[in-house]
Design a binder for this molecule. Structure first.
Ligand SMILES: NC(=O)c1ccc[n+]([C@@H]2O[C@H](COP(=O)([O-])OP(=O)(O)OC[C@H]3O[C@@H](n4cnc5c(N)ncnc54)[C@H](OP(=O)(O)O)[C@@H]3O)[C@@H](O)[C@H]2O)c1
Length: 361
């Protein structure tokens, strides 16, 4: 029998769910044994439920094709064979909050890609290189939920990964004000060009809820645990605009920053490229060797050339230069469905396993 932890994917038929299934093919610690989705898909084999909706560039893994999809709302049925679940369902915020809590209360750890619990005070929102220590809040959450194993952990919004890691690496220089514009790929909306033809040769200057997340979520990553909850940081002030662009995968960010302490370009680059955290220390299977790369060429980072850096788990930065109004400006790029969604959640689950929060039932 395999020693791997048995995993269920809630929302396994969607864009992010498919990414989980692709990333977990041959994963050394985790094995997908259960897939759940809406009643529309329940009862069909995964292959039948997906039909012509497979959106990954690699083929559907053989091992999942014949898995019979379950209904996310049948919690007892879904949890029967699993040690923990990843969640990527698209339901209302209230429905997601309730269903994820039901799984946690049924003693199943939930590592979620959804935004529903990102501001629940005792739910850790983790980018493992940045705030692995927030996992410690799980003991307080378990007390509230009355569980021994079950809890919820989440990862933040996809777009902040293209600039928040840099601001973290520059902590010693005390970023005070940040202006960020993100140019976000259509896969961030669960879409390809086939199912969103309006996006071909188009730009849409609105992504619902995204600007608030881009401004506030980094502050929660930098927060501290006080009295059993995460208390967000209050600085730097961040303002953002989020724009949908005709790109399949890869969110780009154009960033202007003021710093409280003077720094040279060499110092800023040195901080970025040497920045690492627990995943690198622990040698987690999905950890990029280098989290942030700096590209010197004026025309980088480019989506086509750089989005898959470190298998989509690394972040590419370029065009760092002094600005006339702000101290510095730069451009960042991250893979929104890998580092920004499923890959970030898999790395989070690896961290939680390494720290002993996720284990065999
Ligand atoms: N795409 C990204 O880059 C990204 C990044 C960060 C966060 N997110 C978030 O991740 C979640 C999933 O996004 P996505 O892009 O993968 O969406 P998606 O492609 O539309 O997939 C949605 C999934 O949810 C399931 N679902 C829908 N209604 C349901 C219901 N009533 N009960 C149970 N399951 C239901 C669908 O099942 P059926 O196939 O049976 O309909 C499908 O598996 C969303 O909350 C999204 O905001 C996405």
């Amino acid at each position: 029998m395999s020693d791997k932890l048995k995993v269920g994917i809630l929302g396994g038929t969607g864009m992010v769910g498919q990414r989980f299934i692709s990333l977990l093919e041959n994963h050394p610690w985790f094995e997908v044994v259960t897939i759940a989705a809406s009643p529309r898909s329940a009862g069909k084999t995964y292959e039948e439920a997906i039909g012509d909706r497979w959106k990954m560039q690699t083929p559907m893994p053989e091992a999942v094709k014949k898995i019979v999809v379950k209904d996310v709302s049948n919690v007892e049925d879904v949890i029967a064979d699993v040690d923990f679940v990843f969640s990527a369902v698209d339901m209302t915020k209230e429905e997601i909050k309730a269903i994820e809590e039901k799984y946690a209360k049924a003693e199943i750890p939930v590592v979620s890609n959804n935004s529903a619990h990102r501001w629940t005070p005792d739910v850790p929102m983790i980018v493992p290189e940045i705030n692995a220590a927030h996992a410690d809040v799980i003991e307080y959450q378990r007390k509230r939920l009355g569980t021994k194993r079950g809890f919820i952990a989440v990862k933040p919004n996809c777009s902040i990964q293209s600039y928040a890691p840099v601001l973290t690496a520059w902590k010693d220089f005390e970023p005070t004000q940040v202006v960020v514009s993100t140019y976000q790929a259509i896969s961030g909306a669960g879409k390809t060009f086939k199912d969103w033809p309006e996006m071909v040769e188009n730009v849409i200057p609105y992504i619902g809820g995204e600007e608030e997340k881009s401004e506030k979520e980094p502050l929660r990553l930098w927060g501290k645990i006080e009295n059993g909850v995460i208390v967000p940081e209050t600085a730097p002030l961040i303002t953002s605009q989020c724009i949908r662009v005709p790109v399949l995968n890869g969110h780009t960010a154009s960033v202007f920053v003021n710093l409280g302490k003077k720094a040279t370009k060499e110092q800023l680059i040195e901080k970025m490229v040497n920045f690492s955290g627990e995943p690198q220390k622990l040698g987690l299977p999905s950890a990029p060797k280098q989290f942030i790369q700096y590209l010197e060429e004026d025309n980088r980072p480019q989506v086509k050339l750089d989005v898959d850096f470190e298998n989509g788990m690394g972040i590419s930065i370029g065009r760092l230069r002094e600005d006339t109004l702000f101290d510095w400006k730069f451009v960042g790029l991250s893979h929104n469905t890998v580092r920004g969604a499923a890959g970030g959640a898999v790395l989070c689950a690896e961290l939680l396993k390494a720290k002993g929060y996720i284990d065999k039932k």
